[in-house]
Design a protein around this ligand. Structure first.
Ligand code: APR
Length: 188
């Protein structure tokens, strides 16, 4: 599913984010920035030691990465140019600021992309794996942030891809993007 909103192409695809040839892929990291399982493990494995070396330099400078914040490193051997590491919230029932923290992951990743004047970015479904965030709610938050980014219209990113690893997430993102497309057409 692909749509164009205010000049920003937004699409949901199924695939492996380590194969994305975009300006930056986003990693669902943990606050240590030292790698882990899931997409974090896949990115470090495919990208190689250069990514972790950059993460160590960031740790030396600022310690780790707080939940909801984002940092940027080289992409090493990956086809993308950069990796933006962001730390999603662990789902604890939804009353410990999880929605705001997840929203901040997308907001701060896009802010970094703008700072580096990037044009294309691929997101995984942050927090919906090991961190247990319910997929429907996470998809709605992700798409809403990207809608607001596109509608504001003063960012550098003109191509945003949601790279879904499982079919459940793909179906949810396609549903969200269809609704956004209908909403956008109605307002024309
Ligand atoms: N490409 C795209 N998406 C992927 C890939 C991949 N290669 N591998 C996994 N995913 C998907 C998962 O299916 C899930 O939908 O990424 C989403 C996020 O899941 P996790 O990687 O488990 O990330 P998260 O839930 O945010 O938990 C973060 O897991 O790997 C550790 O170090 C990480 O402690 C941190 C925690």
């Amino acid at each position: 599913m692909k749509l164009v909103l205010n000049g920003v192409t937004i699409e949901a695809v199924q695939g492996d984010i380590t194969r994305e040839a975009v300006d930056a892929i986003v990693n669902a990291a943990n606050s240590s920035l030292l790698g882990g399982g899931g997409v974090d493990g896949a990115i470090h494995r495919a990208g190689g030691a250069a990514i972790l070396e950059d993460c160590y330099r960031i740790r030396d400078r600022q310690g780790g990465c707080p939940t909801g914040e984002a940092v940027i490193t080289t992409a090493g051997d990956l086809p993308s140019q950069h990796v933006i590491h962001t730390v999603g919230p662990v789902w604890n029932g939804g009353n410990q600021l999880e929605p705001d923290l997840l929203r901040n992951c997308y907001i701060h990743s896009l802010q970094l992309a703008d700072e580096y004047e990037l044009n294309s970015i691929s997101f995984p479904n942050i927090s919906t794996g090991i961190y247990g965030y319910p997929k429907p709610e996470a998809a709605a938050i992700a798409v809403k942030v990207i809608q607001q980014y596109a509608e504001t219209g003063n960012g550098t990113v003109t191509h945003i891809r949601f790279v879904c690893f499982d079919h459940d997430n793909l179906a949810l993102y396609e549903q969200q993007l269809h609704s956004l497309n209908d909403e956008s057409n109605e307002s024309k």
